[in-house]
Design a protein around this ligand. Structure first.
Ligand code: COA
Length: 384
């Protein structure tokens, strides 16, 4: 079989309108704009208001990505939602998104890999496409982190924000899209970023609420060390697996956690820091949404252009990390594959019913008189 690539043909984002600046945070917790900017680079972040949901934000970013790709939701073969903050534990938020998009019967699942979730999800989409199991995949990274933060803990609450971003990945024979992927995990660091309560180890209870165990806890310096160690290594591995050299990489789109982590990675990779796309000053750390959000903005601003080679690189809870080399394809000139797609059974049944209904509607006026004539003939000439 000809090599199949997963080309990014659509991208879209949704940001809750409410902006929370560092100065707003000064009113809530013992911090200063000066501290946050100098230690992280973050100036403001978005925050959901009452009534906004993870699925609702996902649908909005997905619709923007599908519109860009000029793809109907029913043409999708698979939907992957990367998130650690779903609407509910059960049902999976991916099915809620699939239904709300009107992608009837399309397979959907939620992928949890902390802030690395989107890069894992993109790698998964690429594998489905490479194996010939899917032609059109929607990959979403969405988080509502502000609802689980402890607004009295200045170590965490100044870092995170809410956002959603999505890409459409379509099969192509041109070497575009995901060219290589490196996935990693080290569960020995599980406690460095953790929500202790509300799972099955410590189910939701009065104790969880009283002790604030439903909040995100973080060992900042530990995560910082891990991130700086991992980021440059993962980039080098992904670039080498793609057959390219670091010089051929036009832009690195890192997880947007902290400007100092990005600066250190640039030093370790001996790259100028402007080779890294940064928008964390405006949005803070939006976990699984941060890389697709940065990718969307880089594409929309023209910071990344057709033919460019990018590295998407993430790190986060787990601890996890992942990096992919992605080549941006010329949307108009690269053909997408038109292999026969898997049709969900429900769609097939629906279509079959509609066709049968039409046939009956048209045929009944002709068939009925014919049938009654046959009956009359039969009555006259009974079979012996
Ligand atoms: N405002 C003011 N002071 C703060 C503060 C805040 N928002 N948060 C922490 N401090 C204080 C600490 O209490 C500490 O005070 P102390 O020395 O009196 O105890 C001091 O600042 C230094 O704390 P420290 O944790 O050493 O700061 P740091 O330079 O390591 O920066 C982080 C802290 C959280 C910014 C940094 O560790 C970090 O970015 N880690 C990675 C976090 C991350 O990326 N997580 C998500 C990964 S997906």
């Amino acid at each position: 079989m000809m090599q199949r690539y997963g080309r990014i043909t659509g991208w879209g984002k949704y940001l809750p309108p409410k902006v929370l600046t560092n100065f707003d945070l000064e009113q809530i917790v013992d911090t200063t704009d000066e501290w946050i900017v100098s230690r992280t680079g973050i100036r403001q972040r978005r925050m959901v208001e009452d009534g906004e949901t993870n699925s609702g934000m996902s649908v909005k970013s997905a619709q923007a990505a599908l519109a860009k790709a000029q793809l109907d939701p029913n043409q999708l073969d698979l939907i992957i939602v990367a998130t650690s903050s779903p609407d509910y534990f059960v049902p999976p938020v991916s099915s809620m998104v699939q239904h709300a998009l009107g992608a009837k019967g399309v397979g959907a699942f939620t992928l949890v890999a902390g802030c690395t979730g989107f890069v894992y999800a993109l790698a998964t989409a690429q594998q489905f496409i490479a194996a010939g199991q899917a032609d059109n995949v929607l990959v979403i990274g969405t988080e509502i982190l502000t609802r689980n933060l402890n607004w009295r803990d200045r170590n965490t609450c100044v870092l995170f924000g809410d956002a959603s971003a999505a890409v459409v990945v379509q099969a192509s024979t041109e070497p575009t899209g995901v060219l290589s992927q490196v996935l990693g995990s080290d569960g020995s660091g599980a406690e460095a970023l953790i929500v202790r309560g509300g799972g099955t180890t410590i189910p939701m209870s009065q104790r969880v609420v009283d002790e604030g165990l439903h909040h995100l806890e973080m060992d900042g310096p530990e995560v910082f060390k891990f991130a700086t160690r991992t980021l440059s290594r993962a980039v080098r591995k992904a670039v080498s697996a793609s057959g390219l050299s670091l010089d051929e990489i036009n832009m690195i789109i890192p997880h947007q956690a902290n400007m100092r982590i990005i600066e250190l990675a640039a030093t370790l990779l001996r790259l100028p820091v402007d080779r890294f796309y940064v928008n964390l000053d405006r949005y803070g750390n939006t976990s699984a949404a941060s890389i697709p959000l940065a990718l969307c903005e880089a594409l929309d601003e023209g910071a990344v252009r057709d033919g460019d080679n990018l590295v998407l690189v993430g790190f986060g809870a787990g601890l996890t990390w992942a990096a992919s080399v992605v080549r941006i394809g010329v949307v108009e000139s690269v053909p997408t594959l038109t292999a026969p797609r898997m049709v969900p059974l429900s769609q097939f049944r629906g279509a079959a019913k509609r066709v049968a209904g039409r046939v009956l509607e048209t045929a009944v006026p002709f068939v009925l008189p014919l049938y009654s004539r046959v009956l009359r003939i039969r009555k006259r000439k009974p079979l012996s």
